[in-house]
Design a protein around this ligand. Structure first.
Ligand code: 5GP
Ligand code: ZN
Length: 114
């Protein structure tokens, strides 16, 4: 999609530090990490957010979670534990309107997610 930051990253028009890629999914390091490991996993097809997941496009969500499990193991955070989170809409502070799942790990995360 035009003017979408993550579509441009997926297309290689904006540089990123790739950690994983397959036919459906792209994953890269967050530019402003909130934990020692902070990776964003996104569908290659543009979906604006979790509120736009439906019967037509939801298969990619399972691909994203398969990728996340692989990435967590590769990054060495699977054993100690990690968090997967997606923000949707204004109250959640979603800043990029292309569905993305944050993988956070490498430290003790706070229980309070509010
Ligand atoms: P959100 O706030 O929408 O849930 O998450 C967007 C994330 O994208 C933020 O954690 C932010 O640091 C990250 N981000 C924003 N712009 C860029 C960029 O150009 N490159 C990378 N790698 N991450 C970005
Ligand atoms: Zn996009």
């Amino acid at each position: 999609m035009e003017d979408c930051l993550f579509c441009k990253i997926i297309a290689g028009e904006i540089p990123s530090t790739k950690v994983y890629e397959d036919e459906f999914v792209y994953a890269f390091k967050d530019i402003n990490p909130l934990a020692p490991v902070h990776i964003l996993v996104v569908p290659k097809n543009h979906i604006s957010g979790a509120d736009e997941i439906n019967g037509e496009n939801s298969a990619v969500v399972s691909k994203i979670f398969e990728a996340a499990a692989k990435i967590a193991k590769e990054q060495g955070i699977a054993e100690d534990g990690f968090r997967i989170v997606t923000n949707c809409g204004e109250n959640s502070c979603q800043s990029v309107k292309h569905l993305h799942f944050h993988i956070l790990g490498g430290k003790q995360l706070k229980a309070d997610m509010g």
